[in-house]
Design a protein around this ligand. Structure first.
Ligand code: UD1
Length: 389
């Protein structure tokens, strides 16, 4: 019997781990009959607020983790080190054949390092993405994780080409599509259920006009510098004079907004019970389905998130990315994504274009078909069988 440990830690990991677990569960009777695969789920606790963590476990159908490491927030070094110390104890107890990490957060590299130092095989889901911006903590996590990974799962050809150019063996790189999109399609199928979306979000949507925008913002490069955040928020506030902007706010961003005295630029959600024709409507982070219910019909998404660049491309929603670069170029090359950088003139122009009916059309990238997790589980099984034979 082979054993794998799956690791999740921060909000964007949960959408990626959910479909893999669903696939493992769907195949579990086969695994039991063949006595070939068992899995253990570890949540590092990098994200711990209810809205940032448990809410996602509940609605995405992720089982209670076998281990919760409870590391919480701290500096990068302390957070990464705490995950390593606690995850090492789990690995020593479970002695897995493989550790599977997803994405590019601190939990990804921390768990990866522990696995490799214990000579455990490492698989990386969403491997090979490169922004070439080493100021981004995620880029360091991506580079370092891929440097020690044994089995790579890529979401787009660019990821595959990056790994091959970095010298990784062709047969270690599997282009499988995107588990994030598996999750998106699955949740989209559920969103019509009466209890899938909260009453408050349903009534908020009823208060919105046909055209509205959504926005998310949390990158240190956008929110940690008061001049950058102020300029961005002032521009967005100007845009919001003509169209409402729904803004579920990451805890990091909310604390910067308070620190920089920008709170007056927003309508808090409590005030949005009557028709909303303009203004930035700020609220706590939303759970997955509530936000999906809002953004799937929005005119434009303004974001600095990685996942939303991809999800908007998958649903054909225009996306303006508030970053200079993207590690997910397929969203720009074939999808609906446009990079804005910090050019506020371009931001105004592109929003106006979409509001005036000139949106960028895209297509769904190859293999973003809802079946990535099925391919991943198949590859893992084959890999483990071959490496033990
Ligand atoms: C992390 C990931 C980032 C990902 C983002 C999604 C790293 C390096 N960054 O960034 O790639 O896009 O998650 O959200 O791993 N906080 C809370 N409650 C929480 C979690 C965080 O209040 O549940 C606050 C704390 O003040 C904390 C800050 O947010 O210091 C930042 O949290 P952290 O996990 O360090 O990074 P994120 O900015 O969330």
């Amino acid at each position: 019997m082979k054993k794998i440990i799956l690791v999740a830690g921060a909000r964007p990991n949960f959408m990626k781990i959910a479909p893999i677990i669903r696939e493992l569960k769907a195949q579990s009777s086969k695994f039991e009959a063949k006595k070939n695969l068992a899995y253990v789920l570890v949540h590092t606790g990098q994200h711990y607020d209810y809205e940032m963590s448990q809410a996602f476990f509940e609605e995405l159908g992720i089982p209670k983790p076998d281990y919760y490491l409870g590391v919480g927030s701290d500096s990068h070094a302390v957070q990464t080190a705490n995950i390593m110390v606690k995850f090492e104890a789990v690995c020593l107890k479970e002695m897995p054949d493989m550790v599977v990490v997803v994405g590019d957060v601190n939990s990804t590299i921390a768990a990866g390092l522990v696995a490799k130092k214990l000579h455990i095989k490492l698989a990386h889901v969403e491997a090979g993405l490169r922004s070439r911006d080493r100021q981004m903590p995620e880029e360091i996590n991506r580079l370092a994780t891929d440097a020690i990974t044994d089995l790579f799962f890529t979401t787009e050809d660019d990821g595959t080409q990056n790994l091959l150019a970095e010298g990784h063996a062709k047969d270690s790189v599997c282009f499988v599509g995107h588990v994030m999109i598996d999750n998106l399609f699955y949740q989209l199928g559920k969103i019509g259920d009466a209890d899938a979306v909260s009453l408050s979000v349903r009534s908020l949507k009823e208060c919105l006009p046909e055209k509205y925008l959504c926005m998310t913002l949390h990158r240190p490069s956008n929110v940690d510098d008061s001049r950058v955040l102020t300029r961005l928020m002032e521009t967005v506030n100007e845009i919001a004079k003509g169209v409402p902007i729904i803004f579920p706010c990451h805890p990091r961003t909310r604390s910067r907004i308070e620190e920089f005295g920008l709170g007056d630029l927003f309508i808090e959600k409590g005030a949005a019970l009557a028709p909303v024709s303009n203004g930035i409507v700020m609220m706590d982070p939303l759970n997955y389905n509530d936000f999906l219910y809002l953004w799937k019909d929005c005119a434009v998404m303004l974001t600095d998130s990685g996942g939303l660049q991809e999800e908007t491309t998958a649903l054909g929603v225009p996306c303006l990315t508030l970053r200079q670069n993207t590690e997910r170029p397929v969203t720009v090359e074939v999808g609906t994504n446009i990079l804005i950088g910090n050019d506020m003139g371009k931001l105004r122009l592109e929003v106006n274009k979409v509001l005036n009916g000139k949106k960028k059309n895209g297509r769904i990238p190859d293999l973003w078909d809802g079946k990535a997790s099925e391919r991943i589980v198949g590859h893992i099984l084959r890999y483990l069988e071959e490496s033990s034979s």
